[in-house]
Design a protein around this ligand. Structure first.
Ligand code: SF4
Length: 232
């Protein structure tokens, strides 16, 4: 088996080859997965749970998700006995709205910082390897995504960030979902293509940019994948 000395080499390997190589090279490492329960995340979980049934599944519990998302999270957690970790912001929705008003309308960047980025940064601190369900095709901001890259957190710690589906197409996501009888969020059947907090998610106008339905097209990222610095 090849070793993980050159991350570029991973780009030529298949999904499960990358996964097995990362896990065998990091047998003593602390590993986590950030999950919003979108179709890609369910696929990554399908791969991970066979090898690491207890992997911490970090869900950014902003308090603003669709009711259907909470139901789906709870159903899949029960069905697959997931080690779900709800990552909470410092303030409840009520406390934040009393202090700052409706930030997702007035200042979504600050809202995402308080409810996603800051809590995620804190929750990643104990880990060495971070799996995600990101794909290059999801957005122009993700076109240079690598299957594995080192990321330095603002506090100085470096993690290996692994995006097993980096080169998957939207078509392949749905082929795999159907072939493996995986369940998926019901909002997809209504036309949603990228599903996050309810107030900031709409059915996309641009079919070539599924994340154009997020934040009314005003921004494409909440910041949880751009706060850290790629050190490759
Ligand atoms: S996606 Fe919207 S509601 Fe969720 S944290 Fe960001 S601005 Fe707030």
């Amino acid at each position: 088996m090849s070793t993980l000395t050159d991350l570029e080499n991973l780009e030529t390997l298949g999904t499960e080859q990358v996964l097995d190589l990362v896990l065998s090279s990091h047998a003593q490492s602390r590993v986590c997965f950030t999950c919003s329960f979108q179709a890609e995340d369910v696929i990554v979980l399908h791969f991970l749970r066979k090898r690491m049934p207890n992997i911490p599944v970090l869900f950014l519990e902003t308090g603003y998700h669709f009711p259907e998302t909470y139901q789906f999270r709870d159903d899949l957690t029960r069905e697959w006995s997931l080690n779900l970790v709800n990552v909470l912001p410092k303030q409840t929705v009520k406390e934040q709205e009393s202090a700052f008003g409706i930030l997702y309308r007035e200042n979504p960047t600050q809202c995402c910082q308080l409810r996603k980025v800051d809590p995620l940064l804190e929750s990643l601190e104990p880990f060495d390897v971070w799996f995600t369900g990101l794909r290059r095709e999801q957005s122009p901001t993700r076109k240079n995504l690598k299957k594995a890259e080192h990321h330095r957190l603002p506090g100085g710690k470096t993690l290996l960030k692994v995006s097993l589906l980096a080169d998957w197409t939207w078509g392949k996501v749905w082929e795999y979902t159907a072939a493996n009888h995986l369940s998926y969020l019901p909002q997809y059947d209504q036309g949603y293509a990228s599903i996050g907090c309810q107030p900031c998610t709409a059915i996309p106008d641009d079919p070539n940019n599924p994340r154009s339905g997020r934040w009314s097209g005003k921004k494409l990222e909440c910041g949880i994948h751009t706060f850290s610095e790629s050190s490759q």
